[in-house]
Design a protein around this ligand. Structure first.
Ligand SMILES: Cc1cc2nc3c(=O)[nH]c(=O)nc-3n(C[C@H](O)[C@H](O)[C@H](O)COP(=O)(O)O)c2cc1C
Length: 220
């Protein structure tokens, strides 16, 4: 698969088969993503790949915490309210996703259930939790974003589906405890991955993009 095709084919998958990705393929994907560029080549990503029973236990622990009414306590604020164009795009994405799942806007119960599925990696057999040192700020977060897309494209090229998830970073203390990580490792997002379950309604959602001429300005 060439790069153009991988970029076009990748989309967020929110329902996975239990089938695991072969270990060799996982290692190949992560080795390839090591080629991602970063400022001064510091490679600030701290990636922890969690699979199988360990991932299920972690997802259950986060879901139980949420169900018990504990509010998220992310290392990086996740409570921004989008306005204007950004709000419109956010709403459109939600309409596509919840529409595909047949969930009404005010159906709190089913929306909560969808949130819990987020915390449980949508049933994926694997997830990578991406951290960076507490010494870093937005500039190094840029590197992590570039790394994330490199990873996801390497996955797509091998027929592996994925979903980047801020939701996996909402309860960082639980993740750190589960993985035995120090407080100074800050969790910014996770990426669930595996193989799409095409019977899951959420996977029928499609979101668009701004046309080129309204998104980009060219100068000379
Ligand atoms: C950093 C980041 C965090 C995201 N967090 C979530 C999430 O918590 N839950 C979710 O279902 N999708 C999440 N997404 C997926 C976006 O909703 C998705 O990328 C966007 O709607 C565009 O759709 P596409 O990935 O199918 O092209 C996240 C994406 C990114 C890049």
């Amino acid at each position: 698969m060439n790069v153009d095709e991988a970029i076009r084919r990748r989309r967020s998958i929110r329902g996975f088969l239990p089938r695991e990705v072969p270990e060799d393929t996982i290692r190949e994907i992560f080795a390839l993503a090591q080629h991602a560029p970063s400022n001064c080549n510091i490679q600030p990503w701290l990636s922890h790949v969690v699979s199988g029973d360990s991932l299920r236990a972690l997802g259950d622990a986060m879901a139980e915490t949420a169900l018990a009414g504990n509010l998220p306590d992310p290392d990086f604020a996740a409570d921004k309210v989008f306005t204007g164009t950004y709000r419109a795009r956010q709403v459109d994405a939600a309409v596509q996703l919840y529409g595909a799942m047949g969930i009404e806007r005010h159906d709190r119960e089913r929306r909560n259930a969808a949130f819990l599925r987020n915390l449980k990696s949508f049933g994926a057999p694997h997830a990578v939790f991406v951290f960076m040192s507490a010494a870093f700020t937005e500039r190094e977060a840029v590197d992590l974003g570039i790394y994330a897309q490199t990873l996801m494209l390497a996955m797509t090229a091998r027929g592996v589906d994925s979903c980047a998830q801020g939701a996996l970073s909402l309860y960082p203390n639980i993740v750190r405890r589960h993985l035995g990580l120090p407080e100074e490792d800050r969790l910014i997002f996770g990426i669930s991955f595996g193989y799409e379950d095409t019977t899951v309604d959420a996977n029928r959602a499609r979101v668009g993009r701004e046309p080129l001429d309204s998104a980009i300005r060219f100068y000379r």
